[in-house]
Every structure is written in structure tokens, then in C-alpha cells.
Design a protein around this ligand. Structure first.
Ligand code: DGY
Length: 321
């Protein structure tokens, strides 16, 4: 009898094929994620769990799986949905999918920067709603990016990829925050590591790339919006919880800042009654940062490789860090 793996959603075949060669693979077939009851029931007896960022994987899930659970492979680079400390304490390896989605996510961030700075959201709606009446000499005006200042909050792999694209394409100057100095970044982009306050007050474009944890929850709130420039645009491709959405709404509505582009919200999906939906200067995408064929195939393979190693007690190739 083969060991069981539970996969909480249909993922690309590239990963499922690898898993099916070795395991009895139970894949949740529905469009929406398993609810709590279904997750707790289907994970029972699994040696490996392939989870998505929308699945909360805590001690209750680990208990429900049973003592044979050896590995949890998140189909994402972020892993704030998993109680990693509890898993490690039980000897369960936890893996993620770094690097392979860096460019896809950075491309999404750059797209949101342009959408935000050039009014794509309201312009698309104008055409769709038959409100495009004439060419407007002083309508729908946005801002140039050339030579402006880009602030990367959390200079990791994705932040650096965003900087690379915006420096290469638009000659932007870079300031950034990070827990430790990054001499290679300073050199590559002639960038300067600054405090969050300095970054927010100097940047024309602010791009968020920090993990979501207790320290970063709502790190961008009323006080932070108040020190941004009036022409600032803020883009979030990290996690919705990093931004206080009530504060974002006030800042956008009262034009304290120019615009925002969000690939992530809190919660997801954005509730039907969220006032952010009504704003002309807020472009919102449904968390598509890593959604390219190439990235998702590679993520599926990495998640499968993590579970294959974990199930045999070997070190996993892509552990969370
Ligand atoms: C991740 O992998 O954490 C991203 O948010 C997916 O887009």
C-alpha cells in the first residue's frame, strides 16, 4: 500500500505527475478550497500535505493528519498560513517555492505601478461604461516615472527584481528597507538603505515586499500614509495584512496619496462591501502575482520534490527560511 498525500487543490500536472509516481494522491477537486471540516477529514493518514496560501495549516490540521505526517509543502513562496514552529517541533518539514515566481510577481508589481500612476483603472471603466466622449487635454493625467524615486519595503528577491525592472526601464532611483545591510543591492542599483519613515517621505513609488508577521501587520497605516508625498503610489504584491485597509481607503479617498495597486487584500477575496472597490484610484487584482504557466509549473514541481524528500525522511530541497 502506498503512502497518502493530500493536495488541497488541483495544481499543474507537472507536480501531480511526480507525486502520482510514488504516492496515493488525493486531490481536492472543487474550485473553492476545502472548508475546515473537509480539510481535517481529508488530511487524515497523509504523510504529506500540499497546501495553498489560502489553507490555514495549524496544530489542529497536524493532529488531524496523524503522527505519520512528515512534510507540508506550500504551493507559494509566502508561508504565513502555516504554523511553522509547531510543525518543526513535531518533526514535520515545511517547504515553499522560492525564486521561481520572483519575476512573475515582480512583473505584476510593475504592471500595478503603471496602472496606478497612469489611471488605467478609471480609464478602462470610462471606455467600458461609454463615458469616453473626447480626447482630453487635461483629463486622466498621471505622472512620469523617469528619474523618480522607488521605495522598496523589504528588499528580498522579489523587491530586487522590481527594482531591476524599474531602474532598467525608467532609470528610477532606489531607496529600500531591509533587516540587514545589502552591499550587493547598494552596488547594483546605487541604492540607499533607509528607515521606513525616510523611504515613505522620499518615494514617488512605494512597493511592498515584506513578509506578513506580528511585526509587519498594518505596518502601513494612518501615520505612514500621512508622511507620503501627495503624488505617491503604493503597490502591494506581498500580503494584504501589511496594509491597514481602512487607512488606505482614507488616504486614497481624500487624495493624501495619488493611487494604489493591490494584488493582495485582507481578507481575500475582498468582501463585496469593501469601499476600496468604488475608488477610481485603486486598481485591485485577485492575487495573480505568480499566475504564469511557467511559474506555476515550476512551483508544482518544487512542492512535489519537497514532499518526496520529506516522506523518506531526507532533507527537503526547498525548506522555508
Ligand atoms: C506567494 O507565492 O506567496 C505569492 O503570494 C503567490 O502569488
Amino acid at each position: 500500500m502506498r503512502n497518502k498525500i493530500f493536495v488541497t487543490r488541483i495544481i499543474p500536472d507537472a507536480g501531480l505527475k511526480l507525486l502520482r509516481e510514488q504516492f496515493d494522491v488525493d486531490v481536492w477537486q472543487e474550485f473553492l478550497p476545502p472548508n475546515r471540516e473537509a480539510l481535517l477529514s481529508r488530511v487524515q493518514g497523509a504523510v504529506g500535505l500540499l497546501s495553498l496560501l489560502s489553507d490555514r495549516i495549524d496544530t489542529e490540521v497536524m493532529d488531524a493528519a496523524g503522527p505519520q505526517l512528515r512534510g507540508i509543502a506550500n504551493f507559494a513562496v509566502g508561508f504565513n498560513n502555516i504554523d511553522v514552529a509547531a510543525a518543526i517541533a513535531r518533526g514535520i518539514a515545511v517547504g515553499n517555492t522560492p525564486d521561481v515566481l520572483t519575476d512573475a510577481t515582480a512583473d505584476t508589481a510593475v504592471g500595478l505601478v503603471i496602472a496606478a500612476v497612469r489611471h488605467f483603472q478609471s480609464s478602462i471603466l470610462q471606455v467600458r461604461n461609454l463615458q469616453w466622449k473626447t480626447w482630453e487635454p487635461i483629463g486622466q493625467l498621471g505622472h512620469d516615472l523617469n528619474g523618480k524615486t522607488l521605495g522598496i519595503v523589504g528588499m528580498g528577491r522579489i523587491g530586487a527584481a522590481v527594482a531591476r525592472k524599474l531602474v532598467g526601464g525608467w532609470g528610477m532611483k532606489v531607496v529600500y528597507t531591509s533587516r540587514s545591510p545589502k552591499p550587493e543591492i547598494d552596488k547594483e542599483f546605487s541604492a540607499t538603505r533607509v528607515s521606513l519613515e525616510q523611504l515613505l517621505s522620499q518615494s514617488d513609488v512605494i512597493s511592498l515586499h515584506t513578509d506578513l508577521n506580528e511585526q509587519t501587520k498594518h505596518m502601513i497605516s494612518h501615520r505612514e500614509f500621512a508622511i507620503m508625498k501627495p503624488n505617491a503610489v503604493i503597490v502591494n504584491t506581498a500580503r494584504g495584512g501589511v496594509v491597514d485597509q481602512d487607512a488606505l481607503y482614507s488616504a486614497l479617498k481624500s487624495k493624501v496619496i495619488f493611487a494604489a495597486g493591490l494584488d493582495v487584500t485582507d481578507p481575500e477575496p475582498l468582501p463585496a462591501d469593501s469601499p476600496l472597490r468604488e475608488l477610481d484610484n485603486c486598481t485591485i487584482l485577485p492575487h495573480i502575482g505568480s499566475a504564469t504557466f511557467e511559474a506555476r509549473d515550476r512551483m508544482a514541481v518544487m512542492a512535489a520534490q519537497n514532499l518526496i524528500a520529506a516522506s523518506t525522511g531526507k532533507s527537503i530541497p526547498f525548506p522555508v527560511r
